[in-house]
Design a protein around this ligand. Sequence first.
Ligand SMILES: C[S@@+](CC[C@H](N)C(=O)[O-])C[C@H]1O[C@@H](n2cnc3c(N)ncnc32)[C@H](O)[C@@H]1O
Length: 449
Amino acid sequence: MKNNNKTVREIALEVLDSVEKNQSYSNLLLNNMITKHKLSGLDAALLTELAYGTIQRKMTLDYYLSPFVKFQKTQGWIINLLRLSLYQLVFLDKIPDHAVIFEAVEIAKKRGHKGNTSMVNGVLRNVQRKGVPSLDEIKEPAERISIETSHPRWIVERWLEQYGYDKTLEMCKMNLLASVQTARVNIRKTSRNEVISLLREEGFEVEPSVVTPDGIKALRGNLTHSEAFKAGFFTIQDESSMLVGYAIGAEGDEQVLDACAAPGGKSTHIAERLSEKGRVISLDLHEHKVKLIKDQAERLGLSNIRTRAYNSKNVQEIFGLGQFNRILIDAPCSGLGVMRRKPDIKYTKTQEDITSLSGIQSELLDAAAPLVARGGTLVYSTCTVDKEENDNVALSFLKNHPDYEEDYSLKDRMPDPVKPLVNGNMLQVFPQDFGSDGFFIACFKRKVK
Ligand SMILES: C[S@@+](CC[C@H](N)C(=O)[O-])C[C@H]1O[C@@H](n2cnc3c(N)ncnc32)[C@H](O)[C@@H]1O
């Protein structure tokens, strides 16, 4: 359990501190830590469980700690150490209580003075003796969901209003579960059956996705470490994200603009479905992001993608009106559909972010709209579940663009299990539908006349 003289729990505490202090993204930070400390499979899995679990359950843990700790008067790292320890005591049954408390005290000794050590020891032993307060004390439904599932109250209230009690509770509970790694097969190079056989030969536990025809689910092992990945046989992508590639329906020699394209998950999907002569033009704001798309295209052996660092609000300055058969706006969004993979999102996003993002989303759609050829397709997607960024943006787009209409072929383009979720030209996938990301897709068609 020791790496560079740091235990996995010490590293987990560093992750918690950094996520809180520097607003670092937990998923990126965790990957960096795993590499920096050269963590092996089991230790990497434990670090992920401890750091993600503690962040995911932060509000519940604070409720449990509240009778025992004066939050205002306690240093941040001590609160994090207590959260980390309590998470193990309450939510993990494979680690004995005495080991959890012993390690917490050792960390406190290394990090702080004697007073800190005895406080950590005292709080954890007190919790052990008296037990944590019952959630049944919380009578009000929004507050109960908020504390029990660690979602800020404003998010719970919005979802209650938009989707009702049952869906909200289901979604909040689902968001606490670990996400499963999934991959999309590069149909240019190989088939799903072949990739599954290759991965199994390499010792990975995988199965076909039941959501998408080109998807694979990893039950054990990180697929990016496989030879099949290096050979460009697949892309790591969430199953909901894959749906966008089907929704846009690109084929043959078509010209497609992907206006918010990095790191390239959807651009490469579209390119795989086009011919060699077809083109995906992939834009994103910064050179370093565009490089991610180029790297993926190269790994996958795709020569029909062109990239450029560009602000897509100004696309009309570089492309001709009606130039593209299809355009995708996979817009920047609040990401409230991907909380399982980025648990810190729920604590950092605000209602103001949602409003300002919906403005940006509309601007991007407005800028791209005239570049779609008559009879062509415009697809708008987000990885969020908030109606202000989803349905409302889609509806106001149609209202402001009389040259567009709903594209009802969205349903035909969806894989069978997804079809029942399509509502006209829109699709909202919730995390609880398939265990994939919360995702929204709207399809528009530019009128022929
Ligand atoms: C949801 S992500 C795109 C994910 C990508 N489509 C994929 O499947 O891999 C949104 C992207 O939009 C980019 N973005 C935000 N504002 C933009 C703008 N004005 N012009 C171009 N790209 C923008 C962000 O940098 C971010 O990479």
